[in-house]
Design a binder for this molecule. Structure first.
Ligand SMILES: [Zn+2]
Length: 287
């Protein structure tokens, strides 16, 4: 069958065509119908009666033969509708997980930064922070496709960093964060991008208002701490952040702050979240 369900990736439906041996191994793939494990079979080409026949990549049951009941079901319209429904349910479940866990995971990645949140929030002033939250939400609402594209590009640029190209155009508060990114396997790249896109689209929904507010403060803090030139434990004193907040208000806007948020979303290993939740049985992996 063409589609399998990944229990390690929040129930995501995986297309065999976008898979290979190594990626399929890390996904925890099961049959969408019976939840039995399935394995990946690469596509092939063979000759039949003088013409080249192409067989697409697919997933098979271990005990399977070609007329396995699930595989027959998968090619019928009823089966396809069921898979579409499963994917929609899994997506709903993932959005719920982003809502519950995304902030904790991001916060963890920021290392020493969270202790500056309060200082920065005071330095910028509540009114200014609220204005930026509003502007970012409005930006997400009106230019969502542009933001999604920027988010995916941010991830690609960061992955390029692995090959030695430094991202020149953005501000990092914590250089260690960049090395954390390296945890994401390149073979997981399409899924990481899918999750980043889902998350950005989630941020545009009313439910994510709280998360957007948190991310906005994070972004302002990151920028202030970065511009202070101090990324050490002792750095970024209250006075310095106060002085820099004034400069940021004049020289940067919500698009810059959104850019910083996107960079941060891109560096979190989201698949790890699903794997952790899976092992804690918080993900429904059955039918
Ligand atoms: Zn099955």
């Amino acid at each position: 069958m063409r589609y399998a369900k990944s229990i390690y990736r929040g129930g995501a439906i995986i297309d065999a065509i976008a898979c290979d041996y190594s990626s399929s191994r890390s996904l925890g793939l099961v049959c969408p119908f019976c939840s039995e494990p399935v394995f990946y079979r690469a596509g092939s080409k063979y000759q039949r009666e003088g013409t080249t026949v192409e067989r697409a990549a697919l997933f098979s049951h271990y005990q399977g033969d070609d007329d396995h009941a699930c595989e027959l079901r998968a090619i019928r319209k009823e089966g396809q509708d069921y898979i579409t429904k499963l994917e929609a349910e899994a997506k709903g479940q993932r959005l719920e997980l982003y809502n519950r866990h995304a902030w904790a995971l991001i916060r963890k990645k920021l290392k020493s930064l969270p202790k500056f949140f309060d200082v920065a929030e005071k330095a910028f002033g509540d009114r200014y922070v609220q204005q930026q939250v509003k502007a970012i939400r409005q930006y997400l609402f009106t230019d969502l496709e542009e933001v999604v594209l920027e988010g995916l590009e941010a991830y690609d640029r960061l992955v390029d960093r692995r090959t030695g190209i430094l991202p020149k155009d953005r501000f990092f508060t914590d250089l260690e964060i960049i090395s954390d990114l390296m945890i994401v396997n390149l073979e997981d790249k399409p899924l990481q991008k899918k999750i980043i896109e889902e998350l950005i689209r989630f941020l545009a929904t009313p439910k994510a208002k709280w998360l957007v507010a948190k991310l906005t403060v994070m972004s302002l803090t990151q920028l202030a701490v970065y511009l202070s030139g101090q990324i050490t434990e002792q750095g970024a004193s209250k006075e310095i952040i106060n002085a820099i907040a004034g400069h940021i208000k004049q020289s940067y806007d919500h698009k810059d702050f959104m850019g910083q948020i996107l960079q941060t979303l891109a560096i979190v290993n989201w698949m790890q979240l699903f794997t952790e939740l899976e092992s804690r049985n918080e993900l429904k992996s059955g039918k």
